[in-house]
Design a protein. Sequence first.
Lengths: 572, 399
Amino acid sequence: MQRIALLAAMGVGIGGVASLCAILFVDTVLWLNGATLVSPRARVSLEDRPWLLGAVTVLVPALGGLLTGLVVRYLVVERRSLGPADTIHAVQSSEPLPSVRSGLGATLAAILSLGSGASVGQYGPMVYLGTLIGGLAVRLDLPVRNLRAIAIGCGVAAAISTAFNAPIAGLVFAHEVILRHYAMQAFAPVTVASACGYVLANVVFERPPLFLVSFDGVAHGYEFALFAIEGLLCAGVAILFMRLLLRGATLAARTPWPAPLKPAFAGLVLGLVALWIPDVLGIGRETLRFATIEEAFRLDELMLILVAKLALTVLCLAYGFVGGVFSPSLLIGILFGALFGGLVGELATALGPFAVSHVVVYAICGMMAVASPVIGAPLTTIIIVFELTRHYDLTIAAMVAVVFSNLVAYRVFGRSLFDEQLARRGFDLSAGRDEALLGSLRVSSVMRTDLPTACRGQTVAVVVRRLIEAQASECMLLDGRGVHLGTVRLGSLIDRPVDALVEDYCYDDTLVFDDRTTLSEAMELLRGFIGEAVAVVSSVDGTLLGAAPESAIIEAYLDRVRQLRREENEAP
Amino acid sequence: MKRPDTAQRPGTARPDRVMPFRRWFLPALMSIATPAFADRLPADGTDVGDDLVVLTWGGAYEASQRAAYFAPFTRATGIEVRTARYDGGIDELRRAREEGAVPWNIVDLEAADARAACREGLLEPFDPAVLVEEDGVPVRDDFDAGSIRDCSVAQLVFSTVIGYDVRVFSGEKPRRVQDFFDLERFPGKRGLRCAPVALLEWALLAYEVPRSQVYDLLSTPRGLDLAFRKLDALRGHIVWWRGGDEPGELLGSGEVVMSSGYNGRFFEAQAAAGAPISLIWDGQLVDHATWAIPRGAKATGRAQAFIAFATRAERMADQAMRISYGPTRDSARRRVGRHVEFGIDMNDHLPTSGERMRRAVIRDSDWYARTETLRQRRFAEWLRAPGVGPCPDARERAR
């Protein structure tokens, strides 16, 4: 009873705070957008002074970039943006979160980036904001098992629930992307936190819904095949987007400029393009809406804005603006969807007795089919459609597109951009969370350094005595510099001349670990191994670091797996 | 984020005026229905015995206010209510403030003017505590969202709507804004006010743009292009009007089959003249009239008592049974019945009845102020297109 109350209170507490912070975050960005003349509503008042408007359009993102760069350089210890990838890493590995100072710095940098109209997303920083609050709650040291993962899950769920006005999506996102299991122990508080975010956003502050569409329904059954095809094409767009993002990051890292100048440069380019195509500024709420209106864009305009938005998002993120990838991929997706819908429509007219539904359904399908593989959350995106539009037909259509898009993207690219970023940092989730965790643990963490060793040149008698004293049946043989040569077994020394040199009866080891060997690699390599312990040597000079007893490796492996299973099946 | 209306802006509170009011306010409310109320006014008020001067709009509107608010207030308190003529805007408030003599106690401002005047410091902060709870529903839930602001409280809703000739559309009736632009299903001339007001909003609504995003989209060149493209569909079918009484006449004479117009004027035409007009409430562009107290006015306590009195559900409903403007609180709307003179059910004629407000666009005065020149310019350009303009001048129309 007490534990249930504690879990519920945790959900309400973290959910409430995370939700308020998320609202504050969004409002600050909106206010900045107004103050810096990024939002159309603010820009329209300068409509009769085009020169001033132009100057503002170019200077605001450039200066915003400079400020972002300075904040990241001096406040964020990691000197990069923090986002969902860091959240996933903290939850899935047992390593600590980046510091609170870094988290606050990254959030400030995200506010500056988004506020000055950078082409980056707002949900990534909000997920990290939720993580930060969950991480702070861990310091309360509540008597809850798996506290850290659950607290972070609560923070993330509330942030997403608030941001989208979609409590079910918040809940599913936390499980699908962050926790990656559905144990009731985590499910309960995360759901409470998500509901809490919804209540605050919707009932207390009466936030308007993020996206409203009116749609009469899918007119023809065969259109579902078109949604599937659209999904396949969207996978291509998503893969291109993710590959460019990764490539861009590598390229930017090689650019030898002072760090704060990089985002300033990206901002300048963004501003110059915005003089021509203002739709690229910010997260593009208005453009998102226009894409659902058939007459708003010509097809070539759609294509142009799509390419510009994609390129500039890559530029902004690679060159150090701080923000997420979800909002830009929503926009890229909806533009692509509108383009696809437009082409299908034209084709339909050309082919005669063949009709299609309103472009809005293709736009929504495209939006979700591009965005979901990027963040690796097919379920979440399907539910977002349902919660935002409350339209069943539209949800089913989006579901078909999303599933095909994810199938392809998963095969070709991987689960998500975040997982790929983590894999590049050495935390590979592609074979599941067990493998990722075991793959991030080094075998050197379980090795022993107090086992007996023998040195080249020692006699059989000396070594036999040492083994008997240590009650061991084998030991590692080293040369004078400590370099590992092989293993000496007690059995092979019996009945040997006592003054013979020990190296004559030494086995060359078939199995040696080094300081980079992971626990999961060790388990694979141990197949068929007979013996007590495996030598762990330095990968640099081959000197012996210690020996990992077979039993210690198996014990550590079983412990981790059991810990994961317990977390996944923990009762509330 | 919704602004916490209760929070007075720093430095604007004037305790020397507000405090005495609070001291006698509650007893005053309890006795407000009894004529003896005037006797209990405190001796420390500097304004005892004075009248209350309301700056308001004259005509039938003021007549409805006199019947619903002023006369009953005088009966209840003994305080005479006089009026001064007002024609909108905030210049008069500015002038009075500069001259240091504010001759009114209360002003009846349009919402946009109230907000502008509040920003300029021309109004006293409004204390929502003066509003009286009705039917056990907290005041904030009872009033429409956004009614209670820093310096004012919205008291009634008036709107620009589309009316159509019921004689022409005897079969399928137009119901939605889209139908105004649909010449195939609903053929015939359209009457429109020759000004870039309401028609741009309606054009975007016809594209299924949600009401909450209309003004954001109209802030972009693309949004304006889109709106004018929708209006292009009506080329050659538009009859422009200028004066508020013209839509009723145009519909009555059969010159147009649908027309934009003010809901009050349509009501007069329907109720008084029996014109065969029905209204499309979908997408109605609504605006609010508010009560506010000018900064520097005398007897603010008494003015607040008047606002408390005039925002009671029964009083507001009484006004709505005299003129077709809707009350801003639920409890008042529930009390609306038949017109005192014509005997028709006013619920059919108020912009606030039933679900009508759910489909309304609240006129964004801030956006209107920002886009004044832009709208006029784009509209004038569009009028030059073939089959559209120009606007007639008022005399030509009258002919």
